[in-house]
Design a protein around this ligand. Structure first.
Ligand code: NAG
Ligand code: NAG
Ligand code: NAG
Ligand code: ZN
Length: 969
């Protein structure tokens, strides 16, 4: 899955959604897991806000909830009976007031071990007990006597018991057919088979579509819902004359439904061997767009609602191109006769890689050149390349169990960058990985409450929680590191070998490491130990190291040590016996021409590595070339000075990515107390001449912490003036208007710069934004007045400095827009208002879907309001007052946890700490168990903000005073 954004808990937890401010995508969704590649969404209301989808699972609480005690053999199905073939027949009724699904499933099973019961999964399904049948296959087909059918709620098992007294048993080696009829309901939450309601041409329409991953196939039809119980699926879907039906495989014929005028059965070809979580169904009144494909092995189609056809052109071009790229890259053909991409109008965000039928939220598949922004285009590429890469990595070869979810998500999140660089090189996707992927997840992985990539999970709730940045982004970061130390060619050949050996089967991470070891040996790549030994240190341990480089300027020796990097240390007393040492691939240079490599081993005895060098005392050294290693680097004071001098004299000698790395490392080292703030702040001086996106992006992201700590302090004026002075040259040269000669990254930089400088109150920026917005208000149909790249910041600024009229205009556009990504941008801008009564009205609208915001948008609105400096305390009061009501409406503990996090993350005074603790103390019973952890994390975070203020605030203010643009010339 990918990117997404979903809000409810049960499903798509990690996906976040976003209200994005500029740029973005909002993803508003309901369920939440998907998202791997989540686009970055800056939150509204701040300049250098951390870019992340608001509801993504940043919060890692609960992962080791007490459900872990449900041990594996209780929650996992027995292997006595295995499914070989399913015949699934479903008829979703799509009428107003009736969302029943009538179903029948026939499963051919093979008995591997004699047993008196068949155990499979089923949840929220009404099985017609009288219809349950077990037939022995063979010469004489015989129906077995069933004693009873039980349902076990906790494990979601359906247990079919045969008659013990009469000694009826399934015999080893024999095949049986199990069949039953059942009734279920379409859901409203993008879990299982769900109904999406949307308006087209003023008419309310319904469609039905499925979302199974990870454990919701069992909500659609009774099945053996574990990834390694692969089988063949033959699907039949019932539909009205006006609708079409889609599934993983092509349609083979259509028959009339008996006794039902206007209704038909669509019969699909049998699938290849596949896992239940990849099965897909859809019934909708959609239009098919056929892409041009220059081969005869498969067809490629896009399905959208009719009025969105023009927005599918981009996906239509890049889709088949990407699929062909992967066929060449993996050296394994795409095995299905067709690939369908479907855009779902509402209730679904993110995307899902169902084999042969990919589903996307509209905002991440559709793109309107005139209305959508550059980032929207990037998002479409990210999601399309991600889901298509899964067709091999995940679908053809599947992880054995969810514990290894990261294997498919992490690898795919890296490989998608290669696909994106091929289909749209102008996006420079791989180049952006350091800021969008690696540095983003490092923020999370630097917390004591992080978790290892590879983690034992059993219960569905635990599985759902794995769909987070650690699996996707850290998984991708260590994959990129692996590709860098074994080399791109060996990496690719190793993958091909792995896919060919395990195709149509399942694999564990060691299978992949073995494939790379074999390849590395063949290619004579030097490695200090086995790939598995190296990679296990990164997958089994949480966190990552900071490498400290100490130069001896007399002997010219360089000593290198490693230590776990933590952004703050708690006084936690729980004994963690893990030895936090890693196998670290080192790369370093003194001129970016000669690059040296070496390894730090993961044992205590070789903890300290000494490298000999020829580098003189006036030359810098830089480690972690292009930040391919997943670690931070600290240096001795003199080397930091040398780097700062180089940046001031000629920064282009240092690679763009390393400039981004140096700034991000230095600011984070200071935040963690490993470096005096003077060092990173001195480094920032060079930025007046920096014109590249990546160093700015990584600096502003790291500075956002200072911003949020200082925003309500007397020192903020100094910070603001200093940052504005750095940005001014760029603002003057880039302006508001996109030029056709500008690269994609220049466009992103423009948006960032305008966003920051307007937010910080630059007069000219605000005036231009307001002017541009009022011209648009005067001529609403003219989509060219506000350049799409700055539409978010223009609307936000005009609304922030305006009143009711400006707000109403954006709200009306939001309601009427036919383009999902534009809707998202506008929704986010609405939260920029500074009018208390409008803020209050928006909060009220969040709890009233009938006249206000849809439930799936509401939590995101609340979260974004919580980041508005004026809205923060109103939101906190509102949430405190409405907490019981909110827990009912949103019924998603994880999303509420994100609201909590957004609200309190910049609290940094004793008073705020007290109010927070009081609220938590008073609401113990409402905060339920999963929230306990995240509220405790919020309290810990506020405590650490307090201590940051005590230790660093004055230091930073002093530096800013000495470097104040107003007092210096
Ligand atoms: C929904 O429609 C089906 C098929 O017509 C019917 O069997 C069922 O009773 C209806 N359910 C409701 C709640 O109206
Ligand atoms: C049972 O089914 C499996 C797979 O569908 C098949 O390979 C096997 O030959 C069958 N066994 C018998 C005894 O028919
Ligand atoms: C489907 O919804 C109806 C009406 O809300 C309810 O009575 C019925 O129990 C539901 N069926 C299932 C299988 O949950
Ligand atoms: Zn994915």
């Amino acid at each position: 899955m990918s990117g997404g954004l979903h809000l409810t808990v049960t499903k798509c937890r990690a996906f976040g959604f976003i209200l994005v401010f500029i740029g973005s995508i909002m993803t508003v969704g309901l369920s939440v897991y998907f998202l791997a590649v989540r686009p970055n969404y800056p939150a509204a209301n701040s300049c250098s806000s951390p870019k992340r989808p608001l509801s993504q699972s940043n919060f890692l609480g609960g992962l080791w909830s007490n459900k872990s005690v449900l041990v594996e053999n209780v929650i996992r199905l027995p292997r006595t009976v295995l499914p070989r073939h399913y015949d699934v027949r479903l008829w979703p009724i799509l009428e107003k007031g009736n969302s029943t699904v009538l179903g029948r499933v026939t499963i051919d099973v093979q008995c591997l071990q004699s047993t008196d019961r068949i155990v499979l999964h089923s949840s929220d399904i009404n099985v017609d007990l009288k219809s349950v049948q077990v037939i022995e296959r063979g010469a004489v087909e015989e129906s077995l006597f069933i004693e009873g059918v039980d349902y076990e709620t906790v494990t979601e098992f359906l247990v079919i018991r045969l008659n013990v007294e009469r000694k009826v048993k399934l015999a080893k080696g024999t095949n049986y057919t199990l069949s039953m009829n059942f009734v279920a309901n379409l859901t409203d939450t993008s879990a299982g088979f769900f109904r999406s309601v949307y308006i087209e041409d003023g008419v309310e329409r319904y469609m039905a579509v499925s979302q199974m991953e990870p454990t919701d196939a069992r909500r659609v039809f009774p099945c053996f819902d574990e990834p390694n119980m692969k089988a063949i699926f033959t699907v039949t879907l019932g539909r009205h004359r006006d609708m079409m039906a889609l599934s993983n495989m092509p349609l083979i014929n259509t028959t009339k439904m008996n006794g039902m005028e206007d209704f038909y059965w669509d019969h699909f070809a049998p699938s290849l061997l596949m896992s239940t979580y990849l099965v897909a169904f859809a019934v909708a009144n959609f239009t098919k767009i056929e892409a041009d494909v220059d081969n005869s092995n498969w067809k490629f189609n896009i399905y959208v609602r009719t009025s969105a056809i023009s927005q599918a052109q981009y996906a239509k071009v890049i889709g088949p191109k990407t699929q062909t790229f992967y066929e060449n890259y993996f050296q394994v053909p795409f095995p299905l006769p067709k690939q369908d991409l479907m855009a779902i109008p509402s209730a679904f965000v993110g995307a899902m890689e169902n084999w042969g039928l990919l589903t996307f939220g509209e905002s991440v598949l559709l793109y309107d050149e005139d209305v959508s922004s550059l980032d929207d285009r990037q998002t479409v590429v990210e999601l399309v390349t991600h889901e298509l890469a899964h067709q091999w990595f995940g679908n053809l070869v599947t992880m054995d169990w969810w514990t290894e979810l990261w294997l498919k998500e992490g690898f795919t999140s890296y490989v998608e960058c290669l696909g994106a660089d091929f289909v749209d090189p102008s996006l420079e996707r791989l180049q952006q990985f350091v800021t969008s992927g690696l540095q983003t997840v490092m923020r999370l992985d630097a917390l004591e409450s992080s978790h290892p990539i590879s983690i034992l999970v059993n219960h569905p709730d635990e599985i759902g929680e794995l769909f987070n940045d650690i699996s996707y982004k850290k998984g991708a970061a260590i994959t990129r590191m692996l590709a860098s130390f074994i080399g791109d060619q060996s990496f690719r050949d190793g993958l091909t070998y792995y896919l060919r050996i395990h195709q149509y089967g399942n694999a564990v991470q060691d299978d992949l490491w073995n494939a790379f070891d074999k390849q590395a040996k063949l290619d004579r790549i030097f490695l200090p130990t086995k790939v598995k030994t190296i990679m296990d240190t990164w997958t089994v341990k949480m966190g990552f190291p900071v490498i400290t480089v100490q130069r001896d300027y007399m002997s010219r020796n360089i000593s290198v040590t490693q230590k776990r990097f933590l952004i703050r240390k708690s006084n936690s007393t729980t004994a963690d016996t893990t030895v936090y040492l890693w196998w670290v691939p080192l790369t370093y240079t003194a001129d970016f021409e000669t690059i040296e490599t070496n390894w730090l081993a993961d044992n205590q005895s070789s903890k300290n590595l000494t490298l000999e060098s020829e580098i003189g005392m006036n030359n810098w050294i830089i480690f972690n070339i292009n930040e391919t290693g997943y670690y931070r680097v600290n240096y001795d004071a003199h080397n930091w000075k040398l780097i700062a001098q180089q940046l001031m004299t000629n920064h282009t000698v240092i690679s763009v990515i390393n400039r981004a790395q140096i700034m991000n490392d230095a600011l984070n080292l200071a935040r963690a107390g490993l470096l005096h703030y003077e060092t990173p702040l001195n480094l920032t001086k060079y930025l007046e001449r920096e014109v590249e996106f990546l160093p700015w992006e990584s600096t502003l992201t790291a500075l956002s912490y200072l911003n949020s700590m200082m925003q309500r302090t007397p020192g903020y004026g100094l910070l603001k003036n200093y940052v504005m002075k750095l940005l001014l040259p760029l603002y003057n040269s880039l302006g508001f208007v996109h030029r056709t000669s500008d690269s994609h990254l220049t466009g992103k930089l423009r948006r960032k710069v305008v966003q920051c400088i307007c937010f910080m109150g630059h007069k000219d920026c605000i005036t231009r934004a307001i002017e541009s917005y009022s011209q648009w208000m005067a001529d609403p149909g003219n989509i060219t007045i506000v350049p799409s790249v700055v539409k978010g910041v223009v609307a936000c600024t005009a609304i922030r400095h305006g009143g009711e009229l400006e707000w109403n205009f954006a709200f009306k556009r939001f309601r009427e827009s036919n383009v999902a990504s534009e809707k998202a941008t506008l929704l986010s801008s609405l939260t920029c208002t500074q009018e208390s009564w409008i803020l209050a009205k928006m909060l009220e609208m969040c709890l009233n879907p009938a006249v206000g915001f849809r439930t799936q948008d509401a939590l995101d609105v609340i979260k974004t309001l919580a980041e508005n400096p004026i809205g923060r305390f109103m939101t906190f009061n509102f949430v405190r007052e409405k907490w019981p009501e909110m827990t009912k409406i949103f019924n998603s503990i994880h999303s509420l946890a994100h609201v909590f996090e957004s609200m309190t993350k910049s609290f940094n005074t004793d008073m705020e700490l007290k109010e927070l603790s009081d609220f938590v103390g008073k609401n113990k019973e409402l905060l339920v168990s999963a929230m306990t952890r995240s509220t405790q994390q919020s309290i810990d975070r506020v405590r650490s903000n307090l201590s940051w203020m005590r230790q660093n605030y004055q230091q930073v203010v002093n530096w800013l005073q000495q470097n104040n643009p107003a007092t210096s010339t």
